[in-house]
Design a binder for this molecule. Structure first.
Ligand code: ARG
Length: 371
């Protein structure tokens, strides 16, 4: 990525060190975090020595430790609490990021992301042919476009440029992927809400992203592309530049994954993505690095849900993450849970998918066996 002459830098930067204003905000925030009982990795890993070392640093984009941790400082209920305000943050603030990445993905500081491997095209079948448990399946990946900074350093023009840049790519998509782009600007509120309720569109006003400075100039440049069946979708400029996803009712992981892979390959023909040797595809949040794949099912497991300790133990054993059906930070409704692979870095795309597929297979077995 080209070194940023971002607007923020031009306005605030100056020398290569955090300003007194940033330092005092950091000190205040740190004190509050330290006294809190926040469950976040930020709280656990940012010990005083590390804080005192990192608080002066600044990347060439002008990002400071505050830019990376302010979401976790403002939202003490964060699970992680940290975002990379620009790609350099992963190295400049590596002391902090490496620990989070190691724990979240079980990826050691000396490990490297393997090259992309989507695996054989017929590797996955239907998780639940009788349709008793799996309501729907969704696979997504994230991409950062070369030549653009990450959210906190983006100008209003960057958002517009990305949206414009994607239009020829979208018009070229054909067959099953053919669809329309729907910008958030000008979208009637009821249409937007229906897309959110039906689990197609990102929510508005995510307080974790807002505090991370990721929602500036909203809704400029944000939007969603989808095909007629809404089984192939691309989000523009939400948390990442691109979120490419495929979804459909039922448990046919093979079909869902295959469609996403086709979509990614098509989009890649006209666009270059940011990747690093060590972390694979670069994303705004350290939980999404590597393959960036989150493969999930909405699943009904009423018996397991009645024994949350067992359910959570099983999920941990198979590296699955449990969420509510309305997405991240939501509660389960009507006993439907969102289960997905937790690790995305240090594995190939195929291995990520397999981790989810095998894990869900075991979850279904356990649900059937439970009295
Ligand atoms: N920052 C939020 C937290 O720490 C979200 C983390 C992972 N999710 C994401 N959408 N990047 O809880």
């Amino acid at each position: 990525m080209s070194k940023g002459k971002c607007k923020k830098c031009e306005e605030k930067c100056g020398k290569g060190k955090a300003s007194p204003e940033v330092l005092s905000q950091l000190e205040l925030g740190y004190e509050k975090l330290f006294k809190s009982d926040s469950p976040s990795m930020l709280k656990r890993f940012l010990i005083k020595e590390m804080f005192d070392k990192l608080k002066f640093k600044k990347t060439s984009f002008g990002s400071t430790l505050l830019d990376c941790i302010q979401s976790g400082l403002e939202n003490l209920d964060s699970g992680i609490g940290v975002y990379a305000a620009d790609p350099e943050c992963y190295s400049v603030f590596a002391d902090l990021f490496d620990q989070i990445i190691q724990e979240y993905h079980t990826f050691s500081p000396s490990a490297r992301q393997p090259p992309t491997d989507w695996g054989p095209s017929n590797a996955f079948g239907n998780l639940d042919p009788t349709g008793q448990f799996v309501v729907s399946t969704r696979v997504r990946c994230c991409r950062t476009l070369k030549g653009f900074p990450l959210n906190p350093c983006m100008t209003e023009d960057h958002y517009k440029e990305i949206e414009n840049l994607m239009q020829p790519t979208f018009s070229n998509l054909s067959g099953e992927l053919k669809g329309t782009y729907n910008p958030l600007v000008g979208m009637p509120k009821d249409v937007q809400q229906k897309l959110i309720d039906d689990h197609y569109l990102f929510k508005e006003g995510d307080r974790f992203l807002q505090a991370a400075n990721a929602c500036r100039f909203w809704p400029t440049g944000r939007g969603i592309y989808f095909n007629a069946k809404k089984s192939f979708l691309v989000w523009i400029c939400e948390e990442d530049h691109l979120r490419i996803m495929s979804m459909q009712p039922g448990g046919n992981v093979g079909e869902v994954f295959g469609r996403m892979v086709n979509g990614v390959k098509e989009i890649q023909k006209n666009n270059e993505f940011v990747a690093s040797d060590r972390f694979g595809y670069l994303t705004f949040c350290p939980t999404n690095l590597g393959t960036t794949i989150r493969a999930s099912v909405h699943i009904k497991v009423p018996k397991l849900a009645g024994d949350m300790t067992k359910f959570k133990d099983l999920a941990d054993k198979y590296h699955l993450q449990i969420r509510g059906a309305a997405g991240e930070h939501s509660e389960s409704k009507d006993g439907v849970y969102d289960l997905s692979n937790k690790r995305r870095l240090g594995l190939t795309e195929y291995q990520c998918m397999k981790e989810m597929y095998d894990g869900i297979t075991e979850i279904i077995k356990a649900e059937k066996a439970k009295k």
